[in-house]
Write a protein that binds this ligand. Structure first.
Ligand code: BES
Ligand code: ZN
Ligand code: ZN
Length: 507
């Protein structure tokens, strides 16, 4: 979709749909352009009959009575007008507008952003909503699925706003481009989304970066040589070979920090010999959503080249049952040297992550983040829309919560309760891969990972099991399927960090 900005009037754009934000509690009629004065009363009655009052998320479509102007006015409720604007409402508004325009068969929309509440962050959020909602995944459909929009024109009040908004729109396109890559990677079924395909995606991203991003892959033998016993234990039941994928983005001069991103890359999680029930397996192609988010971020790095070094690590494999699969009760040696008794082969993510994190730590990053669809327990705790955050560093946790909020992704902190470490003690090895209790499953998974991080390294773990994959639409911008959760938060975080001189406030 082409998204553009200009000064002027929506009527001049030639778009079929004029998107009209309507605030609650204000005179509805006064907010209506493109409707002849005589028709306004009728429009108001029409809106009233549909209970439209400008509440956030309400939509009503009015025919435009301006011969020259758009065909229809799609009025979208923004809720109460807020001082300084409400980016959440603007993002959702963009989503609703696209959904309705598409449902009506229109392909071109225009937004009148000349009102005083339309500052740059509001316009940015609207554009994000539009681009997110215009996603469609129809590669596996015989008929080419839903029609996406062709264009979205945004009209601002002042000529001086055009250049900065244009810059912002370019950034939004790059960022949502990254989210789209992550969504596609998650949506592609597991028979096609193999470790090899993940590595190909990484290489494509590197190619587009023209040298800023370098990718290296380690095959099974190379991983064995390194000593990645935990990762390979998960991979040993699969017929398709595992791959360890490493990405390195080198920033332009002036970058002070290196952030390491580790993404869980289980391309299908059957549970292994601790087999999942059929219902629990249905969405398990999404178990590489952490890896997809990391790749999405690298796609953005390639385009926007921020001043911060970033490394990415993905231990990619399937988790399958077979005669060669790891057995419950087996003991493996991790890359860190720690031995782990594997009592449940379905708790495989932490095993792959432990080795990937140990490997990542060799480069001594300033910050280590991992993203993983790690526990069903996190969905029990926080539901389908909110990811869990655990960290050994207060400042880092706070920064991530702020980044997530700015990005419009929901994140909530959970504790790494030291007393629960007890539950991970094994009778015959250093650790067991599941706790002795089923309570607090996300926390004990987090504590397992923490055992592989030196306390002086700021580290945070995002359990994205809930929001990575939408079984029902998530708000107005994200339909069913992969959501690309994490890409926007991580990007916001990297941007915030690259602006700062690096270090956090005290632990
Ligand atoms: N990939 C799953 C977690 C998951 C569940 C992600 C639902 C997305 C949606 C993970 O590997 C897993 O199976 N975890 C187990 C851990 C248990 C065996 C301790 C779980 O959550 O049941
Ligand atoms: Zn599992
Ligand atoms: Zn898993």
């Amino acid at each position: 979709m082409r998204i553009s900005v200009g000064k002027g009037h929506v009527a001049q754009s030639g778009a079929e749909v004029s998107v009209l934000p309507v605030f609650e509690g204000k005179d509805f009629l006064a907010q209506l352009p493109f409707v002849l004065p005589l028709a306004k009363k009728r429009a108001e009655r029409f809106a009233q009959a549909q209970d439209f009052s400008g509440k956030a998320g309400q939509v009503v479509v009015l025919p435009s009575s301006d011969e020259e102007g758009p065909d229809v006015v799609v009025c979208v409720g923004m809720g109460e007008r807020q001082r300084g604007g409400d980016t959440h409402a603007a993002r959702e508004m963009g989503g609703h507008a696209v959904q309705r325009a598409r449902a009506l068969g229109f392909r071109t929309i225009a937004l009148d952003a000349t009102g005083k509440e339309w500052n740059i962050p509001m316009i940015e959020a609207f554009a994000e909503g539009v681009l997110l909602a215009d996603y469609a995944f129809s590669v596996y459909k015989q008929k080419n699925g839903e029609k996406c929009l062709a264009s979205c024109d945004i009209f601002v009040r002042d000529r001086s706003l055009v250049a900065p908004v244009r810059k912002v729109l370019e950034n939004v396109e790059a960022v949502i481009g990254g989210v789209t890559i992550a969504r596609d990677l998650v949506n592609i079924p597991a028979h096609d989304m193999t470790p090899e395909r993940l590595s190909e995606a990484a290489m494509e991203i590197a190619k587009a970066s023209r040298g800023d991003i370098v990718v290296r892959t380690l095959d099974k033998e190379a991983c064995a040589k390194e000593g990645m016993g935990a990762f390979l234990a998960v991979a040993q039941g699969a017929e398709r070979p595992p791959l360890f994928i490493e990405l390195a983005y080198t920033a332009p001069r002036g970058a002070k920090e290196t952030v390491a991103l580790v993404g869980k890359g289980v391309t299908f999680d059957s549970g292994g010999l601790s087999l999942k029930p059929a219902d629990g397996m249905m969405t398990m192609k999404c178990d590489m959503a952490g890896a997809a988010a990391v790749l999405g971020v690298f796609a953005i790095l390639a385009k926007l080249r921020p001043k911060i070094h970033v490394r990415g690590y993905i231990a990619a494999t399937e988790n399958m049952p077979s005669g060669g699969a790891i057995r419950p009760g087996d003991v493996v040696k991790t890359l860190a040297g720690t031995t782990v008794e594997i009592l449940n082969t379905d708790a495989e993510g932490r095993l792959t992550l432990a080795d990937a994190m140990t490997y990542a730590l060799r480069e001594k990053p300033d910050v280590l983040l991992d993203l993983a669809t790690l526990t069903g327990a996190c969905m029990v705790a926080l539901g389908e829309e909110i990811a869990g955050l655990m960290s050994n560093h207060r400042g880092l946790a706070k920064q991530l919560l702020t980044s997530a909020q700015t990005a419009g992704e929901k994140l909530w902190e959970l504790p790494l309760e030291p007393r629960y470490k007890e539950t991970l003690k094994s009778d015959i090895a250093d650790l067991r891969n599941i706790a002795t209790t089923r309570y607090g499953g996300s926390l004990t998974a987090g504590l397992f990972l923490e055992a592989f991080v030196p306390p002086e390294t700021p580290w945070a773990h995002l359990d994205i099991a809930g929001p990575a994959f939408a079984e029902k639409p998530l708000g107005a911008c994200l339909g069913k399927g992969g959501t690309g959760y994490g890409v926007r938060t991580l990007w916001q975080f990297l941007q915030d960090r690259s602006g700062k001189s690096g270090a956090f406030s005290k632990r």
